[in-house]
Design a protein around this ligand. Structure first.
Ligand SMILES: *[C@@H]1O[C@H](CO)[C@@H](O)[C@H](O)[C@H]1NC(C)=O
Ligand SMILES: *[C@@H]1O[C@H](CO)[C@@H](O)[C@H](O)[C@H]1NC(C)=O
Length: 264
């Protein structure tokens, strides 16, 4: 009996080791086959949807070797500071992109180029976005989570937001950290839920004033030129008249010529 138990134990240990290495090998092969970015974790659902998880890896740059048939990319909880132009170009099947909990303060022009038709969800929440770059979002239909960023509420943001598809949570989550012009009292308010705030009106008013000043300047110049022109002509006419008057006497004539010489 004990002999059989020992044999069973040995057999099971060997089997276990074999199984373990087999699992390890398939895992490694799978890893190589999907050419996943190093340190990231890639998986594939039964329906063929590929997912790449690179969460919490202290990444400072977006991996360049994301397989082009990936549908879900998780880059949250890293140290990314910017999304460069064409960062995800070629990922024509990308459905979800999670860039939340990074240090992103800049979205360059064309940052999401190529994702227009496929992307449905874009998470940029909990980053360092201050100014909104409407060009980066051009053509994008994805619902964007823009909450928890230090937004500067200004005319640019006010004009751009109606054209961005937002995740419902963004309605309450786009909170003004500062404003331009400053002192508008919008700090701490959910911008979209405050339709009474008009940050573009003031700019319009200042441009109106500038236009008025310029027009007034032109007007003054034209008027003063006219006045000068009329005065100069009057002077000429007066001189001419005096000249004609003084024609009969030789003295007057010489006087006139002397004044002319002094003028010249
Ligand atoms: C992915 O890239 C390969 C090789 O460059 C190409 O043959 C394939 O069509 C691409 N797939 C997609 C979905 O773009
Ligand atoms: C949007 O971002 C916030 C903050 O990171 C998060 O709590 C929330 O779950 C996100 N919403 C969705 C729909 O993902």
């Amino acid at each position: 009996m004990p002999q059989a138990a020992v044999w069973l134990l040995r057999y099971s240990v060997v089997m276990c080791l074999l199984l373990h290495s087999l699992v390890m090998m398939t895992f490694c092969f799978h890893h190589a086959a999907t050419s996943c970015s190093k340190r990231c974790y890639c998986s594939e659902t039964e329906s063929g949807g590929k997912t790449m998880r690179c969460s919490n890896l202290q990444l400072t740059e977006i991996p360049e070797d994301i397989p082009n048939d990936t549908q879900h990319v998780y880059l949250d909880f890293n140290l990314l500071t910017a999304v460069p132009t064409n960062a995800f170009a070629g990922l024509t099947q990308l459905v979800e992109l999670d860039l939340s909990h990074n240090e992103i303060s800049q979205l360059e022009h064309g940052a999401f180029r190529g994702l227009g038709t496929s992307l449905q969800f874009l998470d940029l929440s909990s980053n360092k976005l201050v100014n909104f770059n409407p060009v980066a979002f051009k053509g994008l239909k994805a619902r964007a989570n823009l909450t928890n960023n230090p937004w500067q509420c200004d005319c640019n943001l006010q004009r751009a937001l109606p054209f961005v598809t937002l995740e419902p949570v963004s309605l309450t989550g786009i909170v003004c950290h500062s404003s331009d012009p400053p002192g508008m009292g919008v700090e701490g308010l959910a911008f979209i839920l405050e339709p009474g705030i008009d940050l573009c009106g003031l700019i319009k008013r200042t441009t109106d004033v500038a236009m008025l000043v310029v027009m007034f300047g032109w007007f003054t110049m034209v008027i003063s030129y006219l006045v000068y022109y009329v005065r100069a002509n009057q002077e000429d006419a007066r001189r001419h008249l005096e000249y004609l008057k003084s024609l009969p006497s030789r003295q007057g004539k010489s006087e006139e010529s002397s004044t002319i010489s002094t003028v010249v």
